[in-house]
Design a protein around this ligand. Sequence first.
Ligand code: AHG
Ligand code: MN
Ligand code: MN
Length: 335
Amino acid sequence: MSGNAATVLPLKQIDAFVTLQAHVLEEERHFPGATGTLSWIISALSISAKTIAAKLKRARLEDVLGEIGLENVQGEKQQKLDVIANNVLSQVLQGRQGVGVIGSEEDDELLVIDASDAGGTRYAVYFDPLDGSSNLDVGGSVGTIFSIFRCEPGSEQQLGRGRLQVAAGYVLYGSSTIFVLTTGFGVHMFVLDPAVGAFIRVARNLRIPLAGKSYSVNEANIEGFPPGIQRYLAECRQRGYSSRYAGAMVADVHRVLLKGGIFLYPPTTRSPAGKLRLMYEANPMAMILEQAGGMATTGQQPILDVEPDSLHQRVPVILGSPADVQRLMDISAGV
Ligand code: AHG
Ligand code: MN
Ligand code: MN
């Protein structure tokens, strides 16, 4: 063994020791004067994710699968685990200083936790506690999605455009538990090491491929899609694209982020605003996609520029590799 070589670890190995916690502290350098409040909230999301992952693993054994017998404010049947995941996130976040407001898919309204302007910066956290929850009964992938805004004193009930998000991310509970995060300085990916109990950084500054070879959409709805989208999908099929659809946005968007291609939940004749919700599904995914070099649009405007009017508002979602999204826009415009 030669003198110096043994003492220098390859970069990849060194990176393997960076936890989500360490990464977030490292990122504080981008925010001069940071008080650590945002890092504290991201750490709350991390412990919530680990708790939810553990509960999901034992769901069948603990008999917490299936519907609870109630509907949420949007008329969707709640699964027991929707409620459990919501409670975990709500309780953990409510225990953290600096959380001013929370807004969840499973709650009717925004919950103002701290409206004071005494204790420094406060944040609003919006989340989809369990995304794709109809996959639970069959052991399929599900996720958690979150979006964080700064909260100005007196504006607790005001919703901001996605462009104002200070952080966004998702957790994919699949064959491994994956945490994807952006605070506006690139997209970074972490995998939960169950032996250690920590999310370990596995990729920095993820970039989406410029173009892909698959589309992800509920094709059973195709007859209700706008004609431009129907033409785009027909062209994809002619060009040999594959179709991939898990029915859980987190799983489908994660594939698109890593492999390229396009994910869409377009307007249909029956649901002109599509199905996905702006504040806790479309906005955070749009921020991640744009940060990774992709595009995210409603078909009319960038998702991040949509002016929200309510917590549970729906928007059409088209996101993915820039070449694929641009091609869909061109075909829709008749180019
Ligand atoms: P949720 O489970 O949070 O209500 O979200 C389900 C969403 C999203 O994950 C997925 O992309 C979409 O619903 C699937 O809808 P379809 O079954 O209509 O394809
Ligand atoms: Mn969802
Ligand atoms: Mn959900």
